[in-house]
Design a protein around this ligand. Structure first.
Ligand SMILES: C[S@@+](CC[C@H](N)C(=O)[O-])C[C@H]1O[C@@H](n2cnc3c(N)ncnc32)[C@H](O)[C@@H]1O
Length: 386
């Protein structure tokens, strides 16, 4: 910290923030806590929602934790100015320690394994999402160029904002992975990333029905301008097609019973929302608590089908193998066994690629504990052979 009370925020922490604002507040044990603004909104809403005006302990938490929170701008040199009151509380003078709560282990593995093979390498990220990986790559390798894309325009807009500082090195567009990779001239990409599936944004903010825990219209399309929504799919498919879809894309062991439950429910009225669908499933298979909700596989299968995720993965692998330069690398993060199996078997089906990971890289135990959604992530890296 300098003599004006400005603290240098380490680069990995800055990378995890979209934009240049960060929330600083008083923590416990005479520490200060930093949050990305969106995470702070969630944390503070939870704290307010679960506290009572009548409990002294809750009032104290509000006074000590919420009241001192300030949104602070990170300046061009990566510093934040800390108020004298907070500096005094934490006893900060010159030397400070900034501890980060784990970045993703799998993200670090991607960045380590996608080392640029030559100056000004082209890195193609076809599943930009919130641009976490893209920002980490641009930060670690200062001369790579990014071709970034996502099927979802909302995510693309968020990525664009987050990658603002690297704008001169990025070309971004809304498109599906197979279209982007299929459009590249052979042998022109050095590094490619596919981080499959959905983002937290889809569950928490899209309002497109990706989760059975929120009452929303049942849509599930990454690109809602085209194709068939999940509601249309389940209302129009025959029972046997539904059963097939739930088995194939969800690995649903109750596929027959669940297809029958859906058919019964839609006879009464079309299923238009997430709650209608999960009620239909629960009528047949009650939830006995625990982490596995009976509708989990049904929701996964519908999302995979609506976005043609399996077909697109196969086409994207072929296109990526064609687009890579000899020695170029493709990293794929899969979140369910269907996708992971396809990537695992791919080198046996295409003589132009070799697997660099005999076993997939998986998240650390600590990461799974703090971010349970990461538990099924599997990273495999393939290399283009001449
Ligand atoms: C798991 S998230 C990626 C997270 C991202 N790597 C990050 O660091 O923030 C997957 C993203 O890819 C998009 N997506 C999934 N499959 C896609 C595909 N086949 N083509 C294009 N975008 C896809 C989704 O819209 C979502 O935004």
């Amino acid at each position: 910290m300098d003599e004006k009370g400005r603290l240098m925020v380490p680069a990995p922490i800055r990378r995890s923030i979209a934009g240049n604002l960060i929330v600083l507040t008083r923590g416990i044990d005479r520490c200060l806590w930093l949050f990305p603004p969106e995470e702070w909104k969630e944390v503070s809403t939870k704290v307010v929602g679960s506290s009572s005006l009548f409990l002294a302990r809750d009032r104290m938490i509000q006074r000590r934790f919420l009241a001192p929170a300030q949104e602070i701008e990170i300046d061009r040199s990566g510093r934040i100015a800390i108020s004298p009151t907070l500096r005094h509380y934490a006893g900060l003078h010159k030397d400070c320690i900034v501890l980060g709560i784990i970045n993703s282990y799998v993200e670090e593995a991607v960045v380590d394994r996608l080392r640029p093979p030559r100056p000004s390498s082209t890195f193609v990220d076809v599943t930009l999402g919130e641009a976490g990986h893209a920002a980490a790559m641009l930060d670690r390798y200062p001369d790579i160029l990014l071709l970034g894309s996502d099927a979802d325009s909302a995510l693309l807009a968020r990525s664009r904002k987050r990658l603002h500082a690297y704008a001169g090195r990025c070309r971004l567009r809304q498109a599906w992975s197979d279209e982007v990779l299929g459009g590249l001239a052979p042998g022109t990409a050095d590094l490619i990333l596919m981080d499959l599936g959905m983002c937290r944004f889809h569950i928490e903010r899209s309002a497109r029905g990706f989760s059975f825990l929120r009452d929303e219209p049942l849509d599930m399309r990454f690109d809602p301008r085209h194709g068939v929504s999940a509601a249309d799919l389940i209302n129009r498919s025959s029972r046997s097609d539904l059963c097939d879809l739930l088995t194939r894309y969800g690995g649903d062991r109750n596929a027959r019973a669940n297809a029958q439950a859906i058919e019964r429910a839609r006879e009464r009225q079309p299923i238009e929302t997430t709650y209608q669908l999960s009620r239909a499933i629960l009528a047949r298979t009650p939830w006995r608590g625990g982490s596995h909700h009976p509708a989990t596989q049904v929701f996964q299968a519908l999302r995979v089908a609506v976005n043609d995720e399996v077909g697109r993965l196969r086409r994207s692998l072929d296109a990526a193998a064609g687009a890579l330069r000899a020695g170029g690398r493709l990293a794929v993060i899969a979140f369910h066994s269907i996708d992971d199996g396809i990537v695992k078997r791919y080198p046996a089906e295409n003589a132009h690629v070799a697997a660099l990971t005999k076993r997939p890289e998986v998240p650390s135990d600590a990461e799974v504990q703090t971010n349970p959604a990461s538990r099924s992530a599997r990273l495999r890296v393939l290399e283009r052979v001449p």
